[in-house]
Design a protein around this ligand. Structure first.
Ligand SMILES: Cc1cc2nc3c(=O)[nH]c(=O)nc-3n(C[C@H](O)[C@H](O)[C@H](O)COP(=O)(O)OP(=O)(O)OC[C@H]3O[C@@H](n4cnc5c(N)ncnc54)[C@H](O)[C@@H]3O)c2cc1C
Length: 444
């Protein structure tokens, strides 16, 4: 068995940025990152749009930091990305044009949040991660890849981690398992008596359309964040993760029993399509508040209706409440032949009926959002456009933490999306740094 000062579970942005902070500020600490995948590092390997704003992907109250502090973290994170080779081009700087869009959205009763963004691209992010990993290794951070932590126990004032390849011990533990590990960690948290409550969940769909429809806005704002209060139920929805010239992607099941929809874009090779998500935020209170379980049920039901695969539906069918079928999916009479999905039909996704798979209220909210958005950007509701489901963001469980993200279990810190502290790469990296500083404070 090997013993470390600090063990970090998860090599996503939260884990990596935490490791650098610890290694640089406290040289001599023995630090190891444990990652169940064969490659570092989690969601960083995807599209990698960097939202450089305190309004996106983080809640300052939850993190117990001021806006100024958060801005300083963001600057540091952005500088690191540039050092690692991210594109210098900064999107979202044409303020006059942005203001026009904000006003236009407002006239339709919709808020538009624009921020400075950088895009790395799925094709570039691997190089960037390799470079970061090499830097961390030169700072003596040890990486255990293909190592899955099965359980966490507390023994003799230390943490004892059982993995698929033996046991590891540490004085401090930072858990940053991402959305993929959220369910696993919650079970550990219950056993370790870590205090938590339920938080909201985002359930939605991904829209795909010809890029030319969305170009007028994406040429100005790389990933526009529209926020809606829906007409029928007055619920909150928003647009999320826009990928101009990108592809719709499948997030693999990884033992969960269902796969999910997502999207990304390459830096160099572009498609003719743009995709983005519409997400409906759901809060539950009593008598049932387990949003994680609810999200899993919705995902399972959707994939079950798709015969084990996510569902795709033509916008025209969705709005009319009709099922999309293989036989009519490219129907010329409906102009369905004018838009080819970026995911192969029948192989990755199957035509079906999202209105049957999702709960009525969620469908109403998605429909209201599409209609409202179509007013701002005509063409969103065109019949040949595509809708994919399930797209669900699992960052529901809210763990109670101190200022440095320490839980009620002494020396057990948490960071990133999987523990409800962030919603995106920059936010996750920031929480990693905050937790690292929390650990350093306890050591000093
Ligand atoms: C297709 C796709 C596109 C995305 N695009 C963007 C984008 O453009 N911009 C953006 O800001 N965000 C994007 N995201 C979200 C982003 O990836 C996450 O917000 C971010 O990666 C969260 O970081 P994290 O460190 O909390 O977790 P992760 O990056 O998910 O890393 C957690 C790591 O922990 C590992 N792990 C989990 N459990 C265990 C265990 N028991 N033992 C060992 N290892 C474990 C996982 O394998 C994983 O590698 C995208 C996500 C996807 C899936």
């Amino acid at each position: 068995m090997t013993s470390y000062d600090v063990l970090i579970i998860g090599s996503g942005p939260a884990g990596l940025w935490a490791a650098e902070e610890l290694a640089k500020k406290k040289p001599g600490l023995s630090i190891a990152i444990i990652e169940k995948g064969s490659f570092s590092s989690g969601g960083l390997m995807n599209d990698c749009k960097l939202n450089l704003s305190t309004d996106i992907g983080m809640e300052l109250d939850e993190l117990k930091i001021s806006r100024q502090e958060a801005e300083k973290y963001i600057q540091e994170i952005d500088a690191k990305f540039l050092e690692l080779g991210a594109d210098q081009k900064l999107h979202g700087t044409e303020q006059k044009e942005i203001d026009k869009w904000v006003t236009r959205a407002r006239r339709c009763g919709v808020d538009l949040v624009a921020c400075k963004q950088r895009h790395v691209g799925t094709d570039e992010s691997k190089n960037l991660i390799n470079k970061y990993k090499a830097q961390l290794e030169s700072l003596k951070v040890k990486f255990f890849l293909n190592r899955e932590v099965k359980s966490i126990r507390r023994k003799d004032e230390r943490f004892l981690l059982t993995t698929n390849k033996g046991e590891l011990r540490s004085k401090f533990l930072l858990v940053a398992p991402g959305r993929d590990g959220a369910y696993w960690f919650r079970k550990q948290a219950s056993r370790l008596k870590i205090k938590y409550s339920w938080g909201p969940i985002d359930v939605g769909v991904r829209i795909e359309m010809p890029s030319e429809i969305y170009d007028p806005i994406t040429d100005i704002i790389y990933d526009p964040k529209f926020k809606f209060i829906t007409k029928t139920h007055h619920d909150k929805t928003r647009t999320f993760c826009t990928n101009k010239g990108g592809k719709v992607r499948i997030e693999p099941a990884n033992g969960k029993g269902f796969s999910l929809i997502n999207g990304d874009a390459l830096k160099r090779v572009k498609t003719q399509n743009t995709n983005f998500a519409i997400l409906n935020t759901i809060n539950l209170t009593e008598p049932y508040a387990d949003t994680l379980e609810m999200g899993r049920d919705i995902a399972k039901e959707t994939v079950r209706l798709g015969g084990g695969k996510p569902i795709i539906q033509r916008m025209g069918d969705f709005l009319a409440g009709n099922r999309s079928k293989m036989s009519t999916f490219f129907d010329k009479a409906k102009h369905y032949d004018t838009l080819k999905p970026t995911l192969p039909i029948g192989i990755a996704v199957v035509p079906g009926d999202i209105t049957l798979a999702y709960r009525g209220r969620i469908i109403d909210n998605i429909r209201d959002t599409i209609i409202a958005l179509d007013k701002i950007i005509p063409g969103i509701a065109d019949a040949p456009n595509l809708i994919y489901a399930p797209e669900i963001k699992f960052y529901d469980t809210k763990y109670f933490t101190s200022q440095g993200l320490e839980t009620n279990v002494p020396n057990l810190f948490i960071a990133g999306d999987g523990v409800g502290k962030s919603r995106g790469i920059v936010g996750a990296a920031m929480t990693g740094m905050i937790a690292a500083r929390g650990i350093i404070k306890k050591i000093s």
